[in-house]
Design a protein around this ligand. Structure first.
Ligand code: SF4
Length: 322
């Protein structure tokens, strides 16, 4: 069965197909925490700031705001803006992680791709990422919809429009259309359906290991990690003072060698290498395959996290976030 309904947010769909299905079915949404509500409000404030800047730069007559994009069988998307001469849809994200390696970037790219798939004339998207902490101008990333993206998104849309009508349980946890493997992961996706999605879910039992060699190694690693964390906290506190002193010296000491009382001071001006983002490159519709020979294969390693367990075998899988 398929039906048309309003209220599915493409911003949520971009984060999780199953969440969009829940929204389409009219499952009641958990209330966001007050803190999350403030994030959403901050998003609106920075959308206003950036859209005003865009209107100033390109002319108000060339910019549409809150662009409604009908999505068949699903409802409507609302892009933050559309720059008519450029045929570019605009999405604005305010985030302290305003760089392409962040989840916010990837979710923003996917949201724009969904708008591009169903807007009549847009040829590209522009993702504005602004860091509210620095108030520097937003970084702008181009987003392009490839044929593969269009097919993938259309398959998702059909699944959502059919209300996920593929069996009572839906996709299994930890797969593309239902990515979370524990309730706490819903937070990063701003999903209000964690309790429904994980209804009846039991955390898997942890393996209990009792031999003394393992306990000894874990105890040593725990002590080292605790000590490293304390030293890192001290180092972060010192960095503040370091930055202040360096900023003062920048006006007082020239580049090169100086002698200041009993100290030999060398000031070196460093220009960072330009950085290249594979994720931003791909979002703009380019393939990295021709560049394969220039990539170094990443090394593999295991990451260890050790905390005090409340009881033997206790593992924290987190609570539903909202
Ligand atoms: S809890 Fe995670 S997997 Fe489940 S609907 Fe929400 S975002 Fe999707």
């Amino acid at each position: 069965m398929s039906q048309t309904f309003t209220g599915i947010r493409p911003s949520l769909w971009a984060r999780c197909v199953t969440a969009a299905v829940f929204q389409g079915r009219g499952v009641s949404e958990a209330e966001p925490e007050p803190e999350a509500r403030e994030w959403f409000f901050r998003g609106h404030v920075f959308e206003e700031i950036v859209m005003r800047q865009i209107e100033q730069k390109h002319g108000r007559e060339n910019v549409q705001r809150q662009v409604v994009i009908p999505i068949p069988g699903v409802g409507e998307g609302h892009a933050d803006g559309y720059l008519i001469p450029e045929k570019a849809l605009i999405e604005i994200k305010s985030t302290v992680a305003a760089y392409p390696n962040s989840d916010t970037f990837q979710f923003g790219v996917e949201q724009l791709r969904r708008y591009l798939a169903y807007h009549d004339e847009a040829e590209k998207g522009w993702l504005y990422m602004i860091d509210p902490g620095s108030m520097k101008p937003a970084q702008v990333y181009t987003v392009v919809l490839t044929d593969d993206d269009r097919e993938r998104i259309e398959r998702e849309r059909e699944h959502i429009a059919a209300l996920g009508d593929d069996g009572i349980d839906g996709p299994i946890h930890g797969t593309g259309w239902r990515p979370c493997t524990r309730p706490s992961q819903a937070r990063a996706r701003l999903c209000p359906f964690a309790a429904v999605c994980f209804e009846g879910w039991e955390p898997p039992d942890a393996t209990e290991v009792t031999d003394s060699a393992t306990l000894d190694a874990v105890s040593r690693l725990y002590a080292i990690k605790t000590q490293k964390a304390a030293l890192a906290a001290q180092s972060r506190a010192l960095e503040e003072g370091e930055k202040v002193a360096q900023a003062e010296l920048a006006d007082l000491v020239d580049v090169g060698d100086s002698v200041v009382g009993p100290f030999a001071v060398k000031r070196t001006h460093v220009v960072m290498q330009p950085r290249f983002s594979v994720r931003a490159f791909e979002a703009a519709g380019h393939s990295v395959e021709p560049l394969a020979e220039f990539f170094t294969v990443g090394s593999e390693y295991d990451k260890w996290t050790i905390k005090q367990a409340d009881a033997p075998g206790d593992v924290d899988f987190g609570e539903a976030p909202f």
